[in-house]
Design a protein. Sequence first.
Lengths: 492, 95
Amino acid sequence: MSDLSKLTIAAARDAMRKGELTSVELTDACLSEIEGASALNAFVHNTPEIAREQAKAADARRGADAPDMNGVPVGIKDLFCTKGVPSQAASGILEGFRPEYESTVSGKLFDAGAVMLGKLNMDEFAMGSSNETSVYGDAINPWKNDDRALTPGGSSGGSAAAVAADLCLGATGTDTGGSIRQPAAFTGITGIKPTYGRCSRWGVVAFASSLDQAGPMTKDVRDAAIMLEAMCGFDAKDSTSANLAVPNFEAALTGDIRGKKIGIPKEYRMEGLPAEIEQLWADGQAMLKDAGAEIVDISLPHTKYALPAYYVIAPAEASSNLARYDGVRFGHRATLDAGDGITEMYEKTRAEGFGAEVQRRVMVGTYVLSAGFYDAYFNRARKVRTLIKQDFENVFNEGVDAILTPATPSAAFGLGEAKSADPVQMYLNDVFTVTVNLAGLPGIAVPAGTDASGLPLGLQLIGRPWEEGDLLNSAYALERATGFVAKPIKWW
Amino acid sequence: MSIDIDTARKVAKLARIKVEDDALPALATEFSNILGFIEQLNEVDVEGVEPMTSVTPQRLYRREDVVADGNQPKAVLKNAPDAREGFFAVPKVVE
């Protein structure tokens, strides 16, 4: 019974279609796994009643015509507003908030028959790379290499831990600078951030609106294709949503990448990159070459400036987006002293409700947007962003189909090990992923091997805009070549 | 660029986040570190480069200017910390 939660989405779909498995059975198996996994702190609001009800409805709908996600139990990152269910972006300032509406992405999944098991841990407002800024406490990586508790990465740390530990079949994540791909790499699972505009941002708590994208986190590439297809599509409620048809991503998975041109950017060969990651990257290139792809050296000259540009643009947009948390319309309001006016109410509410990293980023954003600094910081960063995007356009114009890079500069690190350090050190986790958000491109992290201590490591593939199908197919070829099947040993 | 304590205080005020005086020196140091990291952008030649204002080269989607939703005051006020008589309530703003 308990093995059911280990199924992939594709396997569960096929078994349910054949009548060999019901969604109720599958959902119950996941719920009991979740109950036994509180040590991971992945699920932070459980919704077993909703899950069982949705599972029953899915079983009633079962059949050859049912959508692919019908009856599939998933976890939803706490950043997504889910109607009537706590949705607080792992922040104290949204404590008690129960949305009166459903985010477009979660709504699409439920329309396709998916079952919600609960809400997943994350960094507060998706600001972090280790899930340590959450008001719910740290999510824990199911992988271990000694007695230490390791980070599952962030910000989608709960989603990554839940999928890697087989608590659910798939999970939603969001990615502003690497928040799907870095935790996927740290936990040995697959995560794709689609092209900016593919998934509606409506009802997803906003961090940096020009960078945020939702995407699936799954056990393999096929599942990523299936779940992504159910999540994306045009939405009139998001003015940056792309009015494009959604292709059948799973049908793109032929595994044939003969003649594809895969670019290897020399600027990603960073100083101090661990030898194991260098090796993983070289192995990945060799595998794609064996599969018939052509490996070409490319240059993305402005790569070095992506992180500093990101740490202007993302905080600037966050300071604007998070201005809405004022203690008036939703969430926390500070208790006021006699004589306190509205300014004191704002200041106390935000000081109490926001954690340290969120406060830091809101204030940095406020600074770079303030009179006298707007041009020097914000506008300069946006110009550098134009150059970063042009770098990618140039290599794609030269015929490159996808770009292969490491997903992260290290394997998962110990919780608490980076916490007290300089915030800038934590920001370096996103060095390989953040360029993709700045350029609005699709990127996918695929597990590709382990380090010497047995922790998973991932590779990233970056694709052309709107060509997620082609990107997923390259990822599928890589997945087949690496043959990564390792799973964490259950200790929780 | 080094951020002094007065600048840190001013930024906290602009962001409407209460920061106690004794926390300002540490905050100023953190800002200085982060801004030091950002200063690298000054190495880039951005002469004649347009700032990116749209991620994908598409015009913002526009729709007919018609009412598509509304008339839900209860739902709108449902999560308010203090709602009275169909309004959001806040401390006195006008003397």
